[in-house]
Design a protein around this ligand. Sequence first.
Ligand code: NAD
Length: 357
Amino acid sequence: MAKKHILIVPGDGIGQEVTAVGKKVLDKIAARFNHEFTYDEALIGHVAIEATGDPLPAESLEKMRNSDAVLFGAVGHPKYDNDPSAKVRPEQGLLKMRKELGLYANLRPIKLFDELLGASSIKPEILKGADILFFRELTGDIYFGEKGRKNNGDTAYDVAEYSRYEVQRIGRKAFDAARTRRKKLVSVDKANVLESSRLWREEIQKLALEYPDVEVEYQFVDATAMILIKEPTRFDVVVTANLFGDILTDEASQIAGSMGMLASASIGDGTGVYEPIHGSAHDITGKGLANPMASVLSAALLLDISFGLKEESEAIISAIDQVLKKGFRTRDIADKTTDPSMILGTDAIGEEILKLL
Ligand code: NAD
């Protein structure tokens, strides 16, 4: 029996709706497998700014540090998207959380449920069998380097910076994961142009000597963007820098049919944070249309990675698989062949997942 304390951090927009389903699934798992999960909640993002003026209040950070894992929703609000001059922004809460908790590796498994082969905009015969695990570096690169304006504000800059240590620690996690899978690693950079990428490649090449059983391929990011769509089955584990990973994983989300199906884990040396890859989706907030499966799959990753509860994690994935096999869909993963009566809202599809658990 596991005794764990889980912090629920729903954040903004549909983050609230999908995380509620994720929590119910964790509760169901605790009951079925006889674990004891206790919960607390914390604020982040726009809701935190509204309540306290701070996108990540000290109290939230403290609660994160004191929990065994965090189930996170999303941050963001249209108010800030349309106002680039806003000094306090929801995303600052997210970046600060990653930095303060030392979450340097973002893992994004991209695996297509067979039932959704038709939901992707990519041809099923190209997609079938695609199973990729992305490792995106999360605390360095252009997002965290020096930024500013010069020439009276007419020129802007963001510095991309990596240290050897930063590349090594994520590289090692990716090599270790490749060892447990199909033993293939693609390291993505832009070493033909960028100095930070040349250092990245040097360090991955050094690590490769320690993992002779893992086959390593080096790709430029522009090529990877193309191959992901042309031949997604070529990839097993992919490791890349923060900015490239941000873009490539959204592109790869189309392999899984929808952003609403993709979970991620952000891990480091302390508390791990588990979250859907999608944002706060204000276009559908409050309408009950959000697909909660990315949050439910995030809960599955949480059980597997932070608590080592593999069987429980697989039970969740299997429940989702069965819900899809029964023909249930949310609107984002429905296609023209879907019976309209099988298209369910956020809570209703959550109930179907719970029934199967
Ligand atoms: P988004 O991911 O919120 O939405 C993109 C599109 O996908 C929208 O049409 C949305 O309706 C749809 N979508 C996303 N998740 C879905 C789900 N679970 N079910 C069904 N449809 C879903 O990205 P965006 O519209 O570019 O950004 C909206 C806000 O979210 C912005 O403020 C942005 O800054 C923020 N954002 C936050 C995160 C995060 O918290 N990790 C990530 C990306 C964007």
